[in-house]
Design a protein around this ligand. Structure first.
Ligand SMILES: [Zn+2]
Ligand SMILES: [Zn+2]
Length: 397
């Protein structure tokens, strides 16, 4: 039987209870003032101020609007990072009478990151109160620009992950009912990469194509050829996606353009598959373009690897979740083909990213993440706080 001593356990519950209202208020404050990816100034300032008030050593503007806050325990030990993303989405929140609404036109916390900030600050508050019962260093990491998969890499380049031994983080998940927690070792979310292909030919007269090299025809062949990477080269048992989402080039019907630009994305559930897909996009595009007498230049625009939880750390979280909501409310998560650049932190230190149920199906159909009707049941917040605290305490000993 592993677990916390009875006195630590009851203190933990009391402290989580004590933070309950503040966590809800924080979530509402962040929800009212959503900030888009890369513009998280007020949210970062709120997180930094709270951490400073709690006695953390705070670094701001870490790789953009990132905040890194450290608190030392009573004795030396490992460093545990709790990571929360802070950004909102360019979505106009639905006017359905919900009590807490975005006060910014065209922006909304439609993915639950407001709750992530609030829960992580709540966990920081609880662990500050219990500082005498743990060893090591607690690091809270508030990350900007998750939705554009461009926040973690600059934070890491600025030193956010230095010395970190373990990483834990939550994604609130509305398709899962509030009261449940889902965790799994291995892949939780897929990779998500974006790329640009610039197909160059030689412009000319639309009536005399033999005097030009037509990049529109070459680009069309590239788009079709890329589809065979998944259909002909990828195991039917390995989920993979190659999508070209935008084709742009040319001006009018009788002018052969010089260039066509293709923008696309790839998704995979394994690191090796991710790398292979991107490599093959480049190879196929340049080979097919060359066959048409054109060139294709590949550029990787942004991306993140699959979100992979370490088996031992997933077990730490599973135990923490069982202690919080009971064995019968803890599920094995299923992999989901969305991305999250928490993956970059998890690649550097063993950790676990897990799902805390935030939906309330009895109140009607749950609106998907990223939609105008998205909402969370705030009862999920103390569950997230307690699970995070228990997971952190498991390591901070
Ligand atoms: Zn999202
Ligand atoms: Zn999200």
């Amino acid at each position: 039987m592993t677990g916390l001593a009875v006195d630590v356990d009851s203190r933990l519950r009391a402290e989580v209870d004590r933070t309950r209202e503040e966590v809800v208020e924080t979530r509402r404050a962040v929800h009212r003032r959503p900030e888009l990816s890369g513009a998280e100034e007020q949210t970062a300032a709120l997180a930094a101020q709270r951490c400073a008030d709690l006695g953390f050593a705070v670094r701001t503007e870490v790789g953009g609007h990132g905040v890194v806050a450290d608190l030392e325990g009573g004795r030396p030990g490992p460093t545990v990072m709790l990571r929360a993303d802070m950004d909102a989405l360019p979505v106009e929140e639905s006017a359905d009478g919900r009590p807490v609404r975005s006060e910014v036109d065209g922006a909304m916390h439609a993915c639950g990151h407001d709750g992530h900030v609030a829960m992580t600050l709540g966990a920081g508050t609880v662990l500050t109160a219990m500082r005498d019962s743990w060893a090591g260093r607690l690091r809270l990491c508030f990350q900007p620009a998750e939705e554009t998969a461009s926040g973690a890499v600059p934070m890491i380049a600025a030193g956010a992950a230095e010395g970190v031994d373990h990483v834990f983080g939550i994604h609130l998940w509305a398709p899962i009912a509030v009261g449940r927690v889902a965790v799994k070792p291995g892949v939780l979310f897929g990779s998500a990469d974006t790329f640009r292909l610039t197909v160059s030919g030689r412009g000319g007269h639309g009536g005399m194509p033999h005097t030009a090299v037509d990049p529109v025809v070459a680009a069309a062949q590239v788009v079709l050829a890329l589809q065979s990477i998944v259909s002909r080269e990828t195991s039917p048992f390995a989920p993979a996606v190659v999508t070209i989402g935008r084709v742009s080039g040319g001006t009018t019907f009788n002018v052969i353009a010089d260039q066509v630009e293709l923008l696309g994305t790839t998704r995979a559930l394994e690191r090796s598959e991710r790398e292979r897909l991107l490599r093959r996009v480049e190879e196929v595009a340049s080979g097919v373009a060359a066959a048409a007498g054109a060139t294709a230049v590949y550029e990787h625009a942004a991306g993140c690897p699959p979100v992979i939880s370490d088996a031992a750390m997933a077990e730490v979280v599973r135990r923490a979740a069982v202690a919080t909501v009971g064995e019968e409310h803890v599920d094995q998560a299923e992999p989901i083909t969305v991305g999250d650049d928490v993956a970059c932190f998890l690649d550097l230190a063993p950790g676990c990213y897990f799902l805390v149920g935030a939906g309330h199906p009895e109140r009607g159909p749950v609106s998907p993440h990223h939609s105008a009707g998205f909402d969370i049941d705030e009862a999920c917040l103390p569950i997230g706080v307690e699970t995070l605290v228990r997971a952190a305490l498991d390591r901070l000993r």
